[in-house]
Design a binder for this molecule. Structure first.
Ligand code: WTA
Length: 675
């Protein structure tokens, strides 16, 4: 069966979709992986002989200052995973210097700021100079190999420059999404012991101004570890507060620096960055990624999954505050010497044509986005698409949440014009790079399936009740991985035991993803959402537990439980159920009740960030509980999803009499508003 033309046939209820006919013909050069058979051969070698597979690719794709002595060691049982032992390299050298030497005038970064008319591009040579200057500033402030530096910047070239500058001197970046509150920034800076914070005076988003430096000042109040703050003048507002001796403007500090300073070699297993992410319980974890394995898998997945060629233009419409921005806006494309678009604004600003103007202006060949953005475009901006010539696009990616088959079809037809390959890439902050994903043009896909494992990934479906791996096809359960792979997280910063407990202990000998999944009759994987208390709102990963902790602290709240429900626009939305303390609020007075709910939402916005706000707050007189007093969130989930008839077994429930009252509270306070 040839795989280079559109051909649809039913298999196990889901249609196979092949790459469009023209895909290979219109390539700048041949596809990197010729066909499915070659994928299977490479995949088998990546699992059975990783030493040869990754040993060769690591030499081909990365520049090593000192060759590695051993490809891999360690096990999932022990949690002592290491790759490319004794090897030394520098991530910044691999992403910038070697391309600046070979192709100094090639475009590296394309900046699409909030203000559309101010877009510009910079070359690899220019990038090298800018990175060196910031690296020099950091060194002059005493930042050394292994020190952590926080980056709290919007999606501007300066964020990328800052990350590369930190990597250049062997330090460790910890990017904090600039939508996080002062309190969340503080938690992360303190946990990582950051010496320096890199930020901006103010940010611009969708035409609005955000007082970024003020948030940083508030967050860093009383934080001892931070000696310096580097402030990029994004708006130049002279009223922004600068603390003498601690705060320095980017341009002024860089003016005294040399335009070239050498890279500091790091061990392959030295940390490259921390990225804080939410889990089921406790504070967010500082996931640790190391230089060699992370960088290699960034390059390999960008190359093979997207079939990315050197002259391509890659447009990841995600933020550098999340892992997608790290791997696919920065390290993947730049390690391959390919131009990457850095987009600061929103798909709606100044209008819904923004994405498509960017694609047509820069002739983007690849577009990578979360389904939530596509749902928005589909709902309100569809008419904008055809106004622009987006025929440069060859591969369309989806990331961060399951893409429903009908949205996949829409993406394929309206954006891809049936001419692009669609890659629904499943992965996580912890995996560093793709876990399960189609490879553009290599094997057929199915709308809505993440499809087949990337190199080095041996997936396993486990029965959560027995803990046993389910063999064969047509099975579903929780998803784990039974191999180790180069870019897997190595630890949780300052808490290795938590790494072991969270990922390696749930099923001994496996890495546990936290997701539900099915393997169909063709061996294709379908991701079915989280198996834990993590929700995915507009592609942002949130812990319901974290939101509950904030709400529980509110004076009026007696008890609270947050759950995720499906949402047409944001994928999932958070619904908070709470019972109130005596006399906390007169909920029969609409005005008072609204004010009370607003104060709760403000708490969440202030403590975590606006994106974590619950979509609805439902006040009940009692929460459903087991006899041992545990809140039964599954009951709330069914009620809020309007599936009360499927609540299931209630024999362990202590207070079943509260259910009708919860049902009517949901109807009055939430569902009635949706109708
Ligand atoms: C979910 C984002 C279905 C999943 C890269 C995972 C997905 C979590 C997909 C990680 C996909 C990511 N299909 N679900 N293609 N991609 N997820 O750490 O639940 O922000 O565990 O990394 O997003 O979110 P994170």
């Amino acid at each position: 069966m040839s795989n280079n033309h559109v051909e649809v046939h039913e298999a196990n209820g889901a249609a196979f979709r092949y790459a469009p006919d023209h895909f290979f013909k219109s390539q700048p050069s041949a596809s990197y992986i010729a066909n499915e058979e070659q994928y299977r051969q490479m995949y088998d070698q990546s699992i059975n002989d990783p030493e040869t597979f990754y040993g060769n690719l690591a030499k081909e794709y990365l520049h090593w200052d000192k060759p590695f002595a051993k490809v891999k060691s360690g096990s999932l049982e022990k949690g002592d995973i290491a790759w490319f032992l004794q090897g030394e390299l520098n991530a910044c050298y691999n992403c910038v210097d070697r391309h600046a030497f070979a192709n100094p005038n090639k475009v590296a970064l394309i900046s699409e700021p909030d203000e559309e008319s101010e877009a510009y591009s910079i070359t690899f040579q220019e990038l090298l100079e800018k990175v060196c200057k910031v690296a020099g500033v950091l060194q002059s402030w005493g930042v050394k190999k292994g020190d952590t530096v926080a980056v709290y910047l919007p999606m501007t070239p300066e964020a990328v420059i800052a990350m590369l500058a930190i990597a250049r001197i062997g330090a460790v970046h910890s990017v904090v999404f600039a939508g996080f509150s002062a309190g969340s920034l503080k938690d992360r800076v303190v946990d990582a012991g950051c010496k320096v914070v890199i930020t901006c005076d103010e940010a611009k988003r969708g035409g609005k101004t955000i007082n970024t430096k003020k948030i940083v000042d508030e967050g860093l109040n009383g934080v001892q570890s931070v000696s310096h703050i580097l402030v990029f003048k994004r708006t130049g507002n002279p009223a922004v507060n600068m603390t003498p001796g601690r705060d320095f403007y980017w341009d002024e500090a860089c003016a005294h620096q040399r335009s070239y300073i050498p890279c500091v070699s790091t061990n392959a297993e030295d940390p490259l960055f921390l990225l804080y992410t939410s889990g089921s319980t406790g504070q967010p974890k500082g996931v640790v990624h190391t230089v060699g394995g992370y960088l290699l898998n960034s390059a390999l997945s960008t190359r093979f999954v997207f079939d990315l060629h050197p002259e391509d233009v890659f447009f990841t419409a995600g933020d550098v505050g999340w892992i997608t921005g790290h791997t696919y806006a920065l390290y993947g494309p730049l390690s391959l010497g390919t131009a990457t678009i850095i987009f600061e604004s929103t798909p709606a600003y100044p209008d819904y044509g923004r994405y498509w103007r960017i694609v047509s202006k820069w002739k983007a060949t690849h577009f990578y986005v979360a389904p939530t953005a596509m749902r928005l475009i589909k709902k309100v901006g569809e008419q904008e698409i055809d106004k622009y010539d987006i025929s440069s696009l060859r591969v369309l990616g989806s990331v961060g949440e399951p893409i429903q088959p009908d949205l996949w079809e829409w993406y394929n037809e309206k954006i891809g014009h049936n001419n692009c390959c669609i890659v629904d890439t499943y992965w996580q902050t912890e995996s560093g790079a793709h876990l399960i994903t189609p490879l553009a043009g290599v094997f057929p896909t199915k709308a809505g399936a993440a499809s087949l494992p990337f190199f080095g990934i041996a997936p396993a479906i486990i029965d959560p009740n027995t803990g046993k791996e389910l063999e064969g096809n047509d099975v579903s359960g929780v998803l784990a991985v039974k191999s180790t792979w180069p870019s897997m997280a190595r630890s949780v910063f300052n808490d290795h035991q938590r790494y072991i407990d969270t990922y390696l202990k749930p099923f001994a000998g496996y890495y546990f993803t936290g997701d539900n999944a099915a393997r169909d009759n063709d061996g294709y994987y379908w991701i079915r959402g989280r198996a834990d208390d993590v929700v995915n709102v507009s592609g942002h990963r949130l812990s319901t537990n974290e939101i509950e902790t904030v709400l529980d602290e509110h004076d009026g709240v007696s008890e609270c439980a947050c759950i995720g429900v499906n949402d047409d626009l944001t994928g999932q939305a958070v619904i908070a159920f709470l019972s109130l303390k005596e006399g906390a609020c007169d909920i029969s007075d609409e005005h008072v009740f609204m004010g009370f709910k607003k104060s709760l939402v403000m708490e969440v916005r202030g403590s975590i960030g606006p994106f974590a706000s619950p979509k609805a707050i439902i006040v009940v007189d009692d929460l459903p509980k087991t006899r041992s007093g545990k809140i039964m969130r599954r009951v709330l989930r069914k009620i809020a999803s309007n599936e009360a008839e499927q609540i299931g077994d209630l024999s362990t429930m202590a207070n079943a009499e509260c259910i009708p009252r919860i049902l009517s509270a949901v109807d009055n306070q939430f569902l009635s508003k949706k109708k």
